[in-house]
Design a protein around this ligand. Sequence first.
Ligand SMILES: [Zn+2]
Length: 473
Amino acid sequence: MSEEKSEFKVFEEKVKKEFKNAWENIEDKDIVFSFADEYKTFLDNSKTERLCANEIIKYAKENNYSNLEDIIKEGKSLLPGTKVYVANKGKSVIMAVIGKENVSKGLNIVGSHIDSPRIDLKPNPLYEDSNLALMKTHYYGGIRKYQWATIPLSMHGVIITKDNKTVNVSFGEDESEPVFYISDLLPHLAKDQAKKTLAEGITGEDLNLIVGSIPYGDKDTKEKIKLNVLRIFNEKYGIIEEDFLSAEIEIVPAGKARDVGIDRGLILGYGHDDRICTFSALKGLLEIANPVKTAMTVFVDKEEVGSQGNTGAQSKFVESVISELINLQEDFNQLKVRRAIANTQVLSADVGAGLDPTYPEVSEKRNSAIIGNGVQLVKYTGSRGKGGCNDANAEFVGEVRKIFNDNNITWQIGELGKVDQGGGGTIAYILANDGAEVVDCGVPVLGMHSPYELISKADLFMTYKAYKAFMNR
Ligand SMILES: [Zn+2]
């Protein structure tokens, strides 16, 4: 027999907001687990922005998306439901499903970034010291440097040879392959280092990568170990030392994403920021067939260093693609592009800081995302009084909230730490500057920007559902 609720209980449930655990809103956990398995494979195959872009294009082709450049060349028309993708210099990708309304009426966009914090090789990296061959590096994005020492590291990237050939380099993901290593001091001799701050204990110039130790040559050979490393690179890839000058080689944590916890509810992996939002947006779009407005996903590079350059969100890539789409549908003029963007709604799909129960003092509990409470909406980011933030308009946040509620999506509100504790930003402000409505929305993460970040499978699943519902209108 069910007990009747008191009038106070009924009223309380009506007016109070309680954020709930997303797992309790998931009937079939197996669907979430298999979705998470596919995500782990995506993450393992996407260790750099180039590899991630390749992976996205692979999905696009498998799902019958056409290359927009071919459509333009062949003079084909864009009909409602037409699926297109565009790649930009191998480092950013846009995909879209054309809506029933013309693109000039505005779009629904989910935009994420596919670069992650890492360590890059310097242009002249290789040297020998104390029977070791090492490489000089320059870190990329906001890393805590001490976290990157004494862990297995892999190497991925491209080298352009003196004959203009592109060589793809990859070491260290397969367990049969060697990995690389950045050393740290032993505690016995770390008296002086231990007095330094965490930020200064290992400096940027200390992040030297150990890459070899066996000599090659005879008594007249100088730097035999360095020569042996060059010999192996030359045999494997046909490259010479000067080729490192025209290369982009990235050092990232080696190995695969893994389940965490005996209940397997969490995933540890490199580059959840922001490939988890990327995967969620990609999977959401692939299930959209006939939206009213054109549904678009934007996957960009360089967010971790400020979004500049011709592959970052500040480039004209998005605007150019929207212009091309309008030009394929109607007589083109620039005003139509401006109007389209002003009538566009965007989820800036980026991860946010989850509340860490071990370090609650940096967060304000009522306004922090909790791991497992679903996708988080972040009205504003920024630092020191919302400095540099995109503060989403209340009207738009209201609209997004309604979409999520109508689609049974477990969502929560998130803020990047306590007031004046620190801060950060995303790509949100960039399309907002052009007039679009933009709000940050993504997966809460623990250990953000560390070699292995932690997320909840329930949050991943709710984020995918949220992005899909947002674009499928
Ligand atoms: Zn990010």
